[in-house]
Design a protein around this ligand. Structure first.
Ligand code: LLP
Length: 428
């Protein structure tokens, strides 16, 4: 285990060499910013794996997808919409390895039609998917997502293994899946296990063991295994990265055992979302009110859980820093504050713990008009944002080699009501 290099700063004036004040002058608040250099570094960290398959659900802007593709990364897609995104970013579904893999527990009608039309490779998370695919595209090759019977996650809501989880094919159902595949002349060419976000090494050896057992049962049609995603990133001082060397070693050992048994090479894939993008992303907001409520001081922002939902959903902790505008605080002293948003709902608090308990954070003194940065917000940030309370989704900026690219504009009123229609008035 290793610790993050620097402590999270509580005062910040720049992101990726750009002054936060000038970013805000140009693009307003709230605003998401991604630092491409961080993403590049994260991709480089995982080079030992044969294939890095980005779980685009973490941050699916097509500019980010394009840049990852240029770095040799391929993607997974969990819906027809994500397949379209990958196509727009130039991924080739038929490259080797597959540029796009559809991975889910179900096909909706649209996804099944698209898989058939494009001949997409599928990672099946239920026996029904094998059957449904077999009916429209007999003779396909598939990989299977296995639920090994146990899981792990940073919260109950992100634990994706065990009998409580809806994900994957239950480890005792393999035999019936093999028979089902035979019926449709489907070849099982790979196995995949993703047991949750926030994997640790202790669980990992269990995962590898379980995958190995199932691989032996499936046999020599296998040509790849996937470690899934779940690599953690530190959101807080004291949290750490997984030892990537050790992580790779455990998976590589599993691969080598199986290669010995099968007598042919197996490709080792990894499928991270968070690891590649979380630390590259920042959500910049403006403090619009500093108010006292009894003993508590609130910083209220122009960004809410419609912009970043992780705190209200999981009690997730995001580091916070302040960018003072036009003044310096009287000293370096920190004050205890609660940070909340503008939404008409009392759960709209960024400093909350799981269960909705409001927590305080030690931050520099700040005034209305100062900027506040929610950090490590690149994964499951913008993608989970919404129009709740009639708010426009924020713009996204990519900073790359000293250049600022606006990769998504702020929404407008037209975006907000797109597709809505007022029917003719009822007859009196
Ligand atoms: N592969 C599969 C099959 C997955 O279901 C996921 C995440 C990943 C890969 C990527 O996991 P990661 O490397 O990002 O941990 N919204 C939650 C996370 C939900 C994860 C869903 N599946 C959050 O904000 O923490």
């Amino acid at each position: 285990m290793s610790s993050p290099d620097a402590l999270f700063p509580v005062v910040r004036s720049q992101i990726a060499g750009q002054l936060i004040e000038s970013l805000v002058q140009q693009y307003g608040t709230p605003c998401y910013v991604y630092d491409m250099a961080t993403i590049r570094q994260k991709v480089a960290d995982l080079q030992a794996f044969d294939v890095i398959r980005y779980a685009q659900k973490a941050c699916s802007n097509i500019a980010i997808l394009d840049r990852l593709r240029r770095l040799g990364v391929v993607v997974d897609a969990v819906s027809a919409g994500e397949v379209q995104r990958a196509l727009s970013a130039g991924f080739d579904p038929h490259s080797d390895p597959h540029g796009i893999v559809y991975t889910a527990d179900v096909f909706d009608q649209e996804a099944l039609a698209m898989v058939k039309r494009l001949g997409l490779h599928v990672n099946c998370g239920s026996p029904d998917m094998i059957d449904q695919l077999g009916r429209v595209a007999p003779g396909s090759s598939v990989t299977l997502r296995i639920n090994p019977g146990f899981g792990h996650g940073h919260s109950q809501k992100t634990n994706t293994g065990g009998p409580q989880s809806k994900h994957g094919i239950w480890h005792e159902e393999i035999d019936s899946c093999l028979r089902l595949a035979d019926v449709h002349n489907i070849a099982i060419t790979g196995l995949h296990m993703h047991i949750g976000s926030g994997t640790d090494l202790e669980h990992l050896s269990q995962v590898c063991e379980s995958l190995e057992k199932i691989a032996v049962q499936v046999g020599r049609t296998l040509t790849s295994i996937s470690a899934g995603g779940g690599l953690p990133v530190p959101y807080k001082q004291g949290q750490s990265y997984v030892d990537l060397g050790r992580y790779y070693q455990l998976w590589d050992q599993t691969r080598k055992h199986l290669e010995g048994l099968f007598g042919h090479r197996l490709r080792l894939e990894i499928e991270p979302g968070r690891y590649l993008v979380a630390e590259s992303g920042f959500l910049i907001a403006e403090i619009r009110s500093v108010k006292k409520m009894g003993q508590n001081t609130f910083y209220l922002l122009d960004a809410g859980f419609n912009d970043l939902a992780r705190p209200i959903l999981y009690g997730a902790y995001h580091p916070i820093s302040i960018c003072h505008r036009g003044h310096q605080p009287p000293g370096n002293e920190l004050v205890e504050v609660v940070v909340g948003g503008p939404l008409c709902e009392s759960g709209d608090i960024f400093t909350q713990e799981e269960g909705g308990f409001v927590a305080k954070r030690s931050l520099p003194a700040a005034k209305v008009g100062d900027l506040l940065v929610l950090e490590v917000a690149g994964a499951y940030g913008f993608v989970m944002s919404s129009n709740y309370n009639g708010r426009f989704r924020a713009p996204e900026l990519l900073i790359e080699d000293g250049q600022i690219h606006c990769i998504r504009s702020r929404e407008t009123y037209e975006d907000l009501i797109r597709g809505e229609k007022i029917p003719p008035p009822p007859k009196a």
